[in-house]
Design a protein around this ligand. Structure first.
Ligand SMILES: Cc1ncc(COP(=O)(O)O)c(C=O)c1O
Length: 454
């Protein structure tokens, strides 16, 4: 009799065996959804997990596994899943109607909360997403200044519309399908004031500079200390509209975002994610003078008006959830708790790396964390200030295959990472953190056993 050797148990085969329901759903999804997914970041070999329900800091997949969740709705959930305050507000609104096709009081309250919390916000316009918010902010800036040129920064992510997709994490090369004239209107620079000054002088048409407030890809590459202050001062001097993209950092770094922490007053701020309490929503907020271009001009005035319909702008359901969420997070205690837990998690994960002698580090700003298992061991520390870490290692990150196997190995142990990191909420517990660190230590040993760590 011929003996068929048994396939070795690997991280991937364990993942496949543990998730038959997700595998089945992904097979079905692949017939009707490109790659079977609805967001690029969920594309995953051999298949992503399919969630069935979620509560607090956990979600449950269709195969019945409980997962400690660090995706946290791509950063939209500072209060975790189905926080009672948000859920009750949304449920009550659901019973009163989801779309009036009319103005409503919740949208006023929502805007009032934004103006109360975000230091530079005088006037607000709601959109359905962060992508729409950055699109609107750039159009406002071009209208206000009469200058079409835009500066964005290398690898800074502002959504997926035509003006911001050059050099972002989702398109390294020339982005397909974007007209060359659009690409030519945008200069992609390093975070270097000399470069900014020389491009503004050479182009002479720059009307807007947009920056991810905590640095490229939600803080993967931090902004050098003092850079935002210099950039704001330069924009003021050159009458360029300074746009801080606080889609991720807004309401997370502090109730008023990075601008509150750093004492900044951008002309425009783009918001989404936490803004709507986990429902769809975005906004541009900013100086009245710039935002005026959304107003219908007074009779006889020749002021330019930007057209802005949008079926789901300030949708009552999102507005109700958003108001409840923003009121809940207004005193800063949720941000503080999430930040403390984030630091605890990074410290625990770093301790495991040191203990096992594996080169790499876990770092992050505020309540985020990022894993780099690569390069040389950085000096032992419990937590790292990203400004002090080797830029090249942060920029390079980990090889895709290493990130993938790490995600699979952690999922097998009941931890759902967001790429090579994640976000901590205010409802994660010390026990969640301890269990994550334990899973991490075990996963590292297994990854090393499979020679997945280089
Ligand atoms: C900094 C930043 N800006 C804009 C966006 C786009 O927001 P949305 O996904 O709501 O379109 C994102 C999304 O992750 C983001 O991280």
């Amino acid at each position: 009799m011929i003996e068929i050797p048994e396939a070795p148990v690997t991280i991937e085969s364990t993942y496949v065996d543990r998730h038959p329901g997700s595998m089945r759903l992904n097979g079905r999804a692949s017939a009707v959804l490109p790659n079977g997914v609805t967001h690029d970041s969920r594309h995953m070999r051999p298949f992503p997990i399919y969630a069935e329900s979620a509560a607090g800091a956990h979600k449950r997949d269709v195969d019945g596994h409980d997962l400690i969740d660090y995706v946290m709705a791509h950063g939209a959930l500072l209060l975790g899943h189905s926080h009672p305050v948000v859920t009750q507000a949304a449920q009550a609104q659901l019973l009163r109607g989801t779309h009036y096709g009319a103005s409503h009081e919740r949208e006023i309250e929502w805007a009032e909360e934004v103006v109360r919390l975000v230091p530079s916000a005088e006037v607000v316009r709601f959109t359905s997403s962060g992508t729409e918010a950055t699109l609107m902010a750039l159009r406002l800036a071009r209208t206000f200044t009469g200058r079409p040129g835009v500066i964005k920064f290398d690898r800074h992510f502002h959504g997926w519309h035509d003006y911001v997709v050059a050099n972002s994490k989702y398109s390294a090369g020339p982005p397909p399908g974007v007209p060359q004239a659009t690409l030519d209107s945008v200069s992609v620079l390093q975070l270097d004031m000399d470069e900014v000054r020389s491009v503004v002088a050479a182009r002479a048409d720059v009307g807007a500079i947009i920056v991810e407030s905590a640095g490229a890809s939600s803080g993967q590459l931090p902004v050098p200390r003092g850079f935002l202050q210099e950039l704001q001062a330069f924009c003021r001097a050159e009458s360029i509209v300074f746009i801080m993209d606080e889609v991720v950092t807004g309401f997370r770094w502090a109730p008023g975002g990075v601008q509150e922490v750093e004492g900044l007053e951008p002309d425009l701020t783009t918001l989404a994610k936490i803004l709507a309490g986990g429902l769809p929503g975005g906004a541009v907020a900013g100086r009245r003078e710039v935002m005026e271009h959304l107003r219908f001009p007074d009779p006889g005035s020749k002021a330019a008006k930007i057209g802005h319909p949008g079926t789901f702008n300030a949708n009552p359901l999102s507005a109700a959830a958003g108001v409840a969420c923003l009121r809940e997070i207004a005193d800063g205690s949720h941000q503080q708790r999430a930040r403390d837990l984030g630091a605890q998690l990074r410290a625990g994960m770093n301790a495991a790396l040191c203990e096992l002698g594996i080169p790499g580090f876990v770092y992050g700003q505020s309540s985020e964390f990022r894993i780099v298992v690569a390069g040389t061991q950085v000096p032992e520390a419990t937590d790292y200030d990203p400004h002090d870490l080797p830029w090249a290692l942060m920029a390079e990150g980990m090889p895709g295959e290493r990130t993938r196997l790490m995600q699979l190995a952690m999922t097998n142990r009941g931890v759902h990472l967001f790429g090579s990191g994640g976000l901590v909420s205010s409802v994660h517990t010390e026990d969640d953190i301890a269990r994550t660190v334990e899973a991490w230590r075990d996963a590292l040993v297994e990854l090393r056993g499979e020679r997945a760590l280089g």
